[in-house]
Design a protein around this ligand. Structure first.
Ligand code: GTP
Ligand code: SPV
Ligand code: MN
Length: 589
């Protein structure tokens, strides 16, 4: 029997779970994380000694470390991700399903003795601000020091979790065993009825930082549907007008489709006195408030963001955020121990080591950084972190924005006619697949509410839950759709994106305030080229904007067929409102 080590709790249920799992996994050592600075230093030292982390140049990147994952383990793996409910119907047609008893037995058998010779880190964490009625406690037991150090950044770790838990037993149990990091022995399994997650065979990102996609979205969405709130793959931002008035919006874009960038955007100089404050960059937990508005919290405490494409022009706040105390995974390493990735500022280094540790020069055919290489940085580093991020009640949301990565068909922006139509717009999002998940890139697929890989129950019931929420909101947010990624025939983006997205956001805010002009189209309300403020945009004319806003009937006929595929898959579970909305759209087109 493994000794439990220097344990920091006498909570019977926590001790029981740790005891049970140590007996099973048989680690040599159990390390109870407390989230302290001293602990961070000790774990970092340990990770460096093991070769898990490399200290980066302290003159350039103080407190930053470098990590390479196994090349077979660089992204989420949707084909290995399961929702284990009693019936397959509960998981629904968009999830992999396995019966809970069988799957649990199989995984526990895999984990048996799996930590021999290793350390089990007991990670107590809180998702959400301390004292928030929406906050949730989790305990992740992991044999990866990299996971312990990442969870420390991404969550509120340590005493705060025990405080929130009190004498209760309502916490998520998470077990993570690296095993031999083999794709055939990789499973990320969710047991929503038991509030349990078991992840084996991976050591990367959303597969193993169990508070993030596993708890905050898959288990979270299941709990939310039962408890009357919403767990969404959404950024949250606050817009401050020159008058000081603040408005908050939340936006769902699929993985690697612009949430972090939008959440940290800096308005162009033309928008003098306007400020964007980041509340969250990936996940929103939302609940109706006593005033009938929808309130949102960010359950996370850090950013696990896409490195490629991040530079001082596209996302200066991110560059400042990751200048210190940041973990870099699968980026390229320069000879002076700095980091590099495709789309960083300046010319590429004349020589460096790529994400797999091989020599790289600008003449190399392959990318230096993996397209899904990431930074893990504390939100406290963000110069524009919204002070409200720690408000237990969250922030009131005026608009919900859906988006996808679409080279054609979807206009720059439109506003839905009402909540039910907005739910239909979210339910029919299409987006090109990205490097955030293993598999083919650039394939348009349906990704309802950007939750396809993250909805922990039947997608049809999830739509029903969205429709039900309307009845609980006196002032529901207005619902919009944006597309920053439309291209011309030559493959150039039709819209400059990044900070310029402020112009679209401003129209959205004005619509919410009952101001801006729009015209009715089959899709919804669309601004005319004169309705967006293009002030200070060099070389971008209303004609350019007209192309970005265009709705092409032929493209939309094809789009309807693509939408139909998802609806056929979900047909037995689809709320009738979705079918009516489809009919109305067909009729309008
Ligand atoms: P996840 O962390 O996977 O959920 O991704 P995300 O939604 O936060 O995406 P992120 O902001 O990291 O952006 C992903 C990629 O899209 C990066 O390479 C960005 O440079 C690029 N991107 C973001 N916003 C824009 C935009 O407005 N226009 C264009 N053209 N590219 C963008
Ligand atoms: C995503 O894929 O949406 C991410 C990265 O935010 S991961 O944590 O790997 O899920
Ligand atoms: Mn994400």
């Amino acid at each position: 029997m493994t000794m439990l080590g220097k344990c920091n709790t006498d909570h019977p249920a926590v001790l029981g779970w740790v005891r049970e799992m140590t007996d099973l996994c048989q680690p040599d050592r159990v390390f109870w994380c407390d989230g302290s600075e001293a602990e961070k230093a000790a774990l970092t030292e340990e990770a460096v000694a093991q070769g898990v982390l490399l200290k980066l140049n302290p003159a350039k990147l103080p407190g930053c470390y470098y990590h390479r994952s196994n090349p077979n383990d660089v992204a989420r793996v949707e084909q290995c991700t399961y929702i284990c409910t009693e019936t397959q119907e509960e998981a629904g047609p968009t999830n992999n399903w396995a019966p809970p008893k069988e799957m649990r037995q199989k995984l526990l058998a895999m984990a048996r003795g799996g930590m021999r010779g290793r350390t089990m880190y007991v990670i107590p964490y809180l998702m959400g601000p301390a004292g928030s009625p929406l906050a949730k406690v989790g305990f992740e037991l992991s044999d990866s020091v990299y996971v312990a150090l990442n969870m420390r950044v991404m969550t509120r770790m340590g005493q705060v979790a025990y405080q929130h838990l009190g004498h209760g037993e309502d916490f998520n149990r998470g077990l993570h065993c690296m095993l031999d990091i083999h794709p055939e022995r990789r499973f990320i399994c969710h047991f929503p009825h038991e509030n349990l997650i078991i992840s084996v065979g991976s050591a990367y990102g959303g597969n193993v930082l169990l508070g993030k996609k596993c708890l905050a979205l898959r288990i979270g969405s299941y709990l939310a549907s039962r408890e009357g709130w919403m767990a969404e793959h959404m950024l949250i931002l606050g817009v401050e007008a020159p008058t000081g008035q603040k408005t908050y919006v939340a936006a769902a874009f699929p993985s690697a489709c612009g949430k972090t960038n939008f959440a940290m955007m800096i308005p162009p100089p033309h928008f003098k006195g306007w400020k964007i404050w980041t509340v969250g960059d990936d996940i929103a937990w939302m609940k109706p408030g006593p005033d009938g508005r929808l309130y949102a919290i960010n359950p996370e405490a850090g950013y696990f963001g896409v490195a490629p494409g991040t530079n001082y022009k596209s996302n200066p706040n991110a560059m400042k955020t990751i200048a210190r105390d940041t973990l870099y995974t699968n980026v390229a390493l320069t000879p002076d121990l700095d980091v590099w990735w495709e789309g960083k500022d300046g010319p590429p280094p004349s020589t460096c080591t790529d994400w797999q540790g091989r020599p790289w020069t600008p003449a190399s055919k392959e990318k230096a950084a993996h397209p899904n290489s990431r930074f893990t940085a504390p939100m406290a580093n963000n110069p524009m972190l919204a002070p409200e991020v720690n408000d237990p009640q969250g922030v009131p949301i005026s608009a919900l924005i859906f988006g996808g990565r679409r080279a054609s068909t979807l206009p720059l922006v439109f506003e839905s006619f009402d909540w039910i139509h907005g739910v239909f717009v979210g339910a029919t999002i299409g987006s090109e697949t990205t490097a955030a998940a293993a598999g083919t890139l650039g394939q348009v697929r349906r990704d309802p509410m950007a939750m396809l890989p993250f909805c922990g129950y039947n997608m049809g019931d999830y739509f029903r839950h969205w429709l039900r929420m309307r009845k609980r909101l006196k002032y529901p947010p207005r619902i919009f759709h944006v597309n920053w990624f439309r291209k011309d025939a030559a493959g150039n983006f039709l819209w400059p994106g990044f900070g310029e997205n402020m112009r679209v956001l401003k129209w959205i805010l004005d619509r919410c305030a009952g101001g801006a002009h729009g015209h009715e189209t089959p899709l919804g309300w669309v601004p005319g080229p004169e309705d967006l403020d293009l002030g200070g945009m060099d070389g971008f004319t209303p004609e350019h904007l007209t192309r970005a806003l265009a709705i092409d009937a032929e493209e939309w006929r094809r789009e309807l067929v693509l939408q139909e595929e998802l609806f056929l898959k979900l047909y037995p579970y689809l709320p009738k409102e979705m079918i009516f909305q489809r009919e109305l759209l067909v009729a309008r087109l």
